[in-house]
Ligand binder design. Structure first.
Ligand SMILES: CSC[C@@H](O)[C@@H](O)C(=O)COP(=O)(O)O
Length: 377
């Protein structure tokens, strides 16, 4: 580690008595009593394990924008909990309540545009908001908290299910490359891509994971390596620029990544750099798989070109930042670009694992065959 980054104290205990994530750490939890949202500040990992308490929905919106919490399912769950906090401070009658909820919904919805899980969770919460708007303030909070916790628990169960499905594709003794972090930190618990890896390990397969570092925010190096190491899974980190060479040398058997949005034709938006990895996998004949819950599938979006790609600030590229420490890596006068996601076309993807089954994105009809029955709300 460079000398100018002092070592920070780590290891604060998980603050939730029974975390819904079910692991030793949680991206986000709603505390008993429904008045406090607790988040692990992922910007500080792996050097510091610090949980923050939020009582106001604006704090949750800020945490999503600034990526204290990140990962498609985790930001959807966080937004749902943000709406609960808005209900706590609103004791007005039906119309006033609906107005507060609409304003809060808009604020949360605008935080990050690419992961459809955010809008999906807010749409689902909205159905409950409308149903319980005329009830007493405390009952409204109870109903919204129950729905938000259901979103959280269902996401974790979906991860377990897709993990089992995906694990069948993992060969014993193989080395798996993953990009960004699609783990317990990015979901309600267990993880999507990392859920497949966990399930393969739990099925007794011996596997090794290469986590690509994922410039500019280093989710692979900071988060995936931290979370898998904590779980006793053999993980090593390589820079993004090493992927082609490792594939050419026969050191990667399979690629598994998560997704922020899957379009109707099977195109997948995921962390910037994923498309390059998929192209390299194709050239080298290496299977490239995606794991994502159904809440990430956007059947209203026809193809990858229609997926909004978030542009983040230049500073994330011009500087390397870990917590409060940052260093500039390029000249002052040079501009940087920072699209946070890219699109991998369906033709480069072997399989999409969801909790409803496995789709082959090459066969666009196989996605619609997985469509779940409409919810009875
Ligand atoms: C299960 S998380 C899937 C994706 O959200 C993940 O791969 C990813 O791209 C996260 O991007 P991030 O910008 O860190 O929120």
């Amino acid at each position: 580690m460079s000398a100018f980054i002092p070592t920070l104290k780590t290891g604060r205990a998980h603050p939730h008595p029974e975390p819904l994530s079910g692991s030793a750490f949680s991206a986000v939890e709603l505390m008993p009593g429904d008045r406090t949202v607790v988040m692990l500040d992922q910007r500080l990992l792996p050097r510091q394990e610090r949980y923050e308490n939020f009582q106001r929905p604006e704090q949750v919106a800020d945490a999503i924008s600034t990526m204290k919490v990140r990962g498609a399912p985790a930001i959807g769950i966080s937004a749902a909990y943000g709406l609960v906090l808005a209900a706590v401070v609103c004791d007005g009658p039906r119309d006033a309540f609906l107005e507060v909820m609409a304003t809060t919904d808009g604020m949360l919805r605008r935080t990050r545009p690419t992961a459809v899980n955010l809008a999906w969770a807010l749409d689902r919460m909205h159905r409950t908001v409308v149903r319980i708007a005329a009830e007493a303030p405390r009952d409204r909070v109870t109903a919204l908290a129950a729905e938000a916790r259901a979103i959280h628990v269902e996401d974790k169960l979906a991860c377990k299910k897709m993990g089992e499905l995906g694990a069948a594709s993992v060969r014993d003794g193989s080395t798996i490359l993953t990009h960004c972090n699609a783990g317990a930190l990015a979901t309600g618990g267990y993880g999507t891509a990392l859920g497949v890896i966990r399930a393969a390990r739990d099925a007794g397969k011996k596997i090794r994971v290469l986590s690509a570092e994922t410039r500019p925010l280093l989710q692979g190096a900071r988060l995936t390596a931290w979370e898998l190491h904590k779980d006793g899974i053999d993980v090593q980190t390589i820079t993004d620029s090493m992927v082609g060479s490792f594939m050419a040398r026969g050191l990667i058997d399979q690629v598994i990544v998560g997704a922020d949005r899957v379009a109707r034709n099977g195109d997948v938006a995921n962390k910037i750099g994923t498309y390059g990895v998929a192209c390299l996998a194709q050239v080298h004949g290496i299977p490239f798989d995606v794991a994502a819950p159904w809440s990430t599938v956007d059947l209203a979006c026809p193809d990858g070109a229609s997926i909004p790609i978030e542009e983040r600030g230049e500073r994330e590229v011009s500087h390397v930042t870990i917590g409060e420490f940052e260093v500039q890596v390029m000249p002052d006068a040079v501009r940087a670009h920072n699209p946070a996601f890219d699109v991998t076309p369906a033709r480069l993807i072997r399989a999409l694992y969801t909790e409803l089954g496995t789709a082959s994105p090459l066969d666009a009809a196989s996605l619609s065959r997985l469509t779940p029955p409409p919810r009875a709300t």
